[in-house]
Design a protein around this ligand. Structure first.
Ligand code: R5P
Length: 287
């Protein structure tokens, strides 16, 4: 059957809300798709793609998401694919730390670019990761986070929990028109970090910690405790990618964080800031 020339959006299993928002923002229809999981854990995907241009929206926050994306790509044979991967997992392993290791993000980049004509993602975890892509357009969520904070908080200080996120926080602070600084962080193990305070005057202030990812929550819990000990009036946490491994959200609230807010790159209860408009704008750009 020959395909008709128009674009539709395919909602991946991990990004139905964001996918629908992107479709709405572009005025596009949503593709008819069936997902099933067999009793043994295997997935089944069936897509009725009568058109030839498809925007697939699927975050890769779990191994299941990767398998489903593989099946989606296979079902969409003969289509032009724009792969929107709002959260691109596996970006921590961005080089060989020891001989014989796989470079995970390179493997995933090859997989996605093997099928997709365009790839769009939001704040990849490392600069290093980007060199494994040829078709990637990266969106920076920091401006919209800054604008959202400006509209929802009065008189606050934006803090990066480490120097690695300092530039990101600087960008958000520009849009939020607020003070900003960073804390120095030493990672002891995968789950434990030690933070030494810098010269930040947080006494009696509302402090918002901003990071790209909250995974185990260890970084924010430790930073939050230090900021509370330094006399911060209220401490909030904001991130782009709400991975929330190992009951991180429970740990964050138990540690005294007032509220946790994230974008919808990973769809969670905390996803109050949407990156849909930014993604739609990138898709609409002429190559
Ligand atoms: C570190 O490089 C990142 O910016 C985050 O600080 C880190 O990934 C957060 O991980 P966790 O929540 O496990 O401390």
């Amino acid at each position: 059957m020959s395909k008709i020339h128009y674009m539709k959006v395919l909602l991946g299993t991990s990004s139905p809300q964001l996918g629908a928002r992107v479709a709405k923002s572009l005025g596009l229809g949503i593709l008819d798709c069936e997902y099933k999981k067999f009793p043994d854990g295997e997935f089944y995907v069936r897509i009725r793609a009568e058109n030839d241009d498809v925007i697939v929206v699927q975050s890769l926050r779990s191994n299941d998401d990767v398998v489903v994306l593989n099946l989606i790509f296979d079902a969409l044979e003969d289509c032009n694919i724009t792969a929107v991967i709002p959260y691109f997992g596996y970006a921590r392993q961005d080089k060989k730390f020891q001989e014989g290791e796989s470079v995970s993000i390179r493997a995933l980049a090859r997989f996605v670019e093997g099928y997709a004509d365009r790839v769009i993602s939001v704040n990849l975890h490392s600069e290093e990761s980007k060199r494994y892509f040829n078709k990637l357009k990266e969106i920076d969520a920091m401006p919209i986070i800054g604008k959202w904070l400006k509209n929802n908080f009065d008189d606050f200080v934006l803090i990066s929990p480490d120097y690695g996120s300092y530039e990101r926080v600087r960008t958000s602070a520009k849009y939020a028109s607020c003070e900003f600084d960073y804390l120095e962080k030493k990672r002891i193990s995968a789950e434990k970090v030690e933070i030494t305070p810098k010269e930040v005057d947080v006494r009696d202030k509302v402090v918002i910690i901003l990071d790209d990812i909250i995974s185990t929550g260890g970084t924010i819990v430790t930073a939050g405790k230090i900021l509370q000990e330094m006399g911060a009036k209220e401490v909030y946490a904001v991130c782009v990618h709400a991975v929330f491994a190992n009951f991180a959200l429970n740990k964050l609230y138990q540690s005294g964080i007032r509220e946790v807010v994230s974008t919808d790159t990973i769809e969670k209860i905390t996803s109050k800031i949407s990156v849909a408009e930014e993604i739609a704008r990138e898709i609409a750009k002429k190559e």
